[in-house]
Design a protein around this ligand. Structure first.
Ligand SMILES: [Zn+2]
Length: 164
């Protein structure tokens, strides 16, 4: 009798585990193959407006850069800023957005905007200058919550994106 009950218990456990697995797979599949939700797009736009407001206040102008959400960024980078022939673009990594959305909003957008702005102002012309003291100050003036000078998870590239 006890053995039977244990058997049923284990079968139930296995079915539950499979259900959760299938659900998670479905969730990440639909996320990967669908555009961002209206709510997420709205949140990104609001944050961008906030960064532009800071720019207006602290730099005297508000320059909006193309902000592109893409799943073509390789690896685990949160975002990157590309600069080529005066053309500056910001990319956010859709692949890490699902698990890191608040961080994207609070930190990554201002972080990348600071790179883009320094490019625009001609203050940052090589990759090594990426996370300089000046960049950190700029990031803070744009309202970034996390303007540490780490380099691991962010990139700037001095070329067009290596992907479409
Ligand atoms: Zn960076």
């Amino acid at each position: 009798m006890l053995k039977k009950r244990l058997e049923i218990f284990f079968i139930f456990m296995i079915i539950s585990a499979l259900t959760i697995l299938a659900y998670n797979f479905y969730k990440s599949y639909t996320f990967k193959h669908n555009p961002l939700s209206q709510k997420q797009r709205g949140a990104i736009q609001l944050k961008e407006q906030d960064v532009l407001k800071h720019m207006q206040k602290n730099f005297g102008f508000a320059y909006q850069f193309p902000l592109i959400v893409t799943d073509k960024i390789p690896g685990r980078l949160y975002g990157l800023t590309s600069y080529k022939d005066g053309e500056i673009k910001i990319y956010l990594n859709k692949k890490v957005m699902q698990e890191s959305f608040p961080y994207m909003l609070e930190s990554v957008i201002a972080h990348e905007y600071a790179h883009a702005l320094l490019f625009k102002l001609g203050h940052s012309t090589n990759e090594k200058a990426g996370h300089s003291k000046e960049w950190q100050k700029t990031c803070q003036l744009l309202g970034g919550k996390d303007c540490r000078q780490y380099v691991n998870q962010h990139e700037i590239i001095m070329s067009k994106m290596p992907f479409k």
